[in-house]
Design a protein around this ligand. Structure first.
Ligand code: AMP
Length: 212
């Protein structure tokens, strides 16, 4: 199964991508997480990406497309994956299609999770994330013990780009401008699967399994 998942910030992509990965036995690959890791580790990729991520702008396609291409070559990605946060514009979608086509592969589905903008903002304000493994929490469903991750014991924190209001506004603006056109793009290809992101994690997950 090869799936891309997109939707506005706070729609629940990361949470659902992890569930889908578990159910289908495929890795969930998040470009945002790859960048956050690289920034934390101060790698050369991190140094290139930091300024963009901090301000809520898109890391240039020339960097991002290469990073994804390389990640999809890894052994664990051979039989499928779910890509969370990529593609984020038409150029990236075209590049992905080409990379897959070169190997005689194709996407199985493009999943979009929809939530209204007010809900999107509300959820981001409440969101917290494990600084070690990337697992998502929120102030209304925190980890069991003292802001340490239930899965790995890492420190659960607020993302700096979630905390920064200007960065958040920019990310939402870019979603509408650059990413939302992917709906029509994948619709034309017969790959679009739309899911309502309002509801509990379990309800949204059931709806996803149904459309997949
Ligand atoms: P996310 O975790 O998906 O919200 O991504 C966090 C940040 O990483 C974004 O605001 C961008 O700065 C960067 N980023 C993630 N995915 C991409 C992508 N496909 N293209 C460009 N920048 C990205």
């Amino acid at each position: 199964m090869r799936i891309v998942i997109f939707g506005p910030q706070g729609a629940g992509k990361g949470t659902q991508a992890a569930r889908i990965a578990e159910k289908y036995g495929i890795p969930a690959i998040s470009t945002g997480e790859i960048f956050r890791w690289a920034i934390k580790g101060q790698t050369s990729l991190g140094l290139k990406a930091a300024e963009y991520v901090e301000h809520g702008r898109l890391v240039p396609d020339s960097v991002t497309i290469g990073v994804v291409g390389e990640r999809l070559e890894a052994e664990d990605a051979r039989d499928g994956w779910i890509l969370d946060g990529f593609p984020r514009n038409i150029e990236q979608a075209d590049a992905l299609e080409q990379q897959l086509g070169d190997k005689g592969l194709a996407l199985d589905a493009a999943l979009v999770i929809e939530v209204p903008e007010e809900v999107s903002v509300e959820r981001i304000v409440r969101r917290r994330v494990c600084s070690e493994c990337g697992r998502n929490y929120s102030v209304v469903s925190p980890p069991a013990v003292d802001w340490t991750c239930d899965a790995c014991g890492g420190e659960v924190v607020e993302r700096t780009d979630d905390h920064d209001e200007a960065a958040l506004r920019e990310r939402l603006r870019l979603y509408h401008e650059q990413t939302e056109p992917l709906k029509a793009y994948y619709e034309r290809k017969g790959l679009l699967r739309q899911v309502d992101g309002m509801g509990t994690t379990d309800e949204v997950f059931s709806a996803i399994v149904e459309v997949l």
